[in-house]
Design a protein around this ligand. Structure first.
Ligand SMILES: [Zn+2]
Length: 231
């Protein structure tokens, strides 16, 4: 990824920005106290050391430095990061495998009537629309919606309305959101009796390994056991 992954270092708040500050050290799952967890040195892409914090009560963890970043800087960082990791032919995070698995699961849910086909399906944070493309090969239709990238496959035009979709998927999305309100807004799109499909990594324990995938840039939220259950 081109990151200078070195070590877990001492706390350094020199990156912190008060612009557009919204994170106030409260857990967005249980409203408990967030406590300093550790710092990681990056020394790349204009960032030096990032601080991570963890909830005293439920174990929910966040990258506090990224949460305090201005919206503009956050968007710029995301664009650079995602452009870099998905360019070329490499697939370092098995994205193709995950998409195939998600499409197969949705196909099975439709086949068995777990998802009603009377309302549309929506992939929130779809990127260019790769999940919709996978489903097209199975003769299933899903809309693609992304606030930063224009989907090339089955683009949903307009703003998705609450309770309008029998399935809303958010794959590898929640860990990039900065605000609980964003999570709740996605959930509200699901119709009564509909399904919210979330795909993210939920480890039993947070590894003490600075090269762990969720310690890369642009991951702001990660969670374990109790925090997930409380969610
Ligand atoms: Zn908590």
């Amino acid at each position: 990824m081109g990151l200078d992954v070195r070590e877990l270092g001492p706390r350094d708040r020199s990156n912190s920005s008060d612009k557009n500050y919204s994170y106030e050290g409260r857990c967005m799952v249980c409203n408990g106290n967030m406590q300093y967890f550790f710092s990681k040195n990056f020394d790349s892409w204009g960032l030096t050391s990032l601080d991570y914090e963890k909830c005293d009560d439920c174990g929910f963890a966040v990258c506090a430095t990224l949460l305090r970043m201005s919206d503009k800087d956050w968007e710029t960082l995301n664009n650079r990061f995602h452009t870099e990791i998905y360019q070329g032919t490499e697939d370092p995070y098995n994205r193709a495998g995950r998409l195939a698995g998600q499409a197969a699961a949705i196909d099975i849910m439709l086949e068995h009537g777990l998802i009603t086909q009377g309302l549309p399906l929506l992939d929130w944070g779809s990127g260019t629309g790769d999940l919709a493309a996978e489903l097209l090969e199975r003769e299933r239709h899903m809309f693609s919606y992304d606030e930063y990238i224009t989907p090339l496959v089955n683009r949903f035009s307009g703003i998705p309305q609450p309770e309008s979709f029998s399935l809303v998927t958010a794959a590898a999305v929640f860990e990039h959101l900065k605000d609980r309100a964003e999570l709740d807004a996605i959930e509200r799109l699901v119709a009564p009796q509909g399904v919210l499909g979330v795909h993210l990594l939920i480890p039993r324990e947070i590894p003490a390994d600075p090269s762990w995938i969720y310690y890369c840039l642009c991951i702001v939220l990660f969670t374990i056991g109790k925090a997930c259950a409380d969610c």
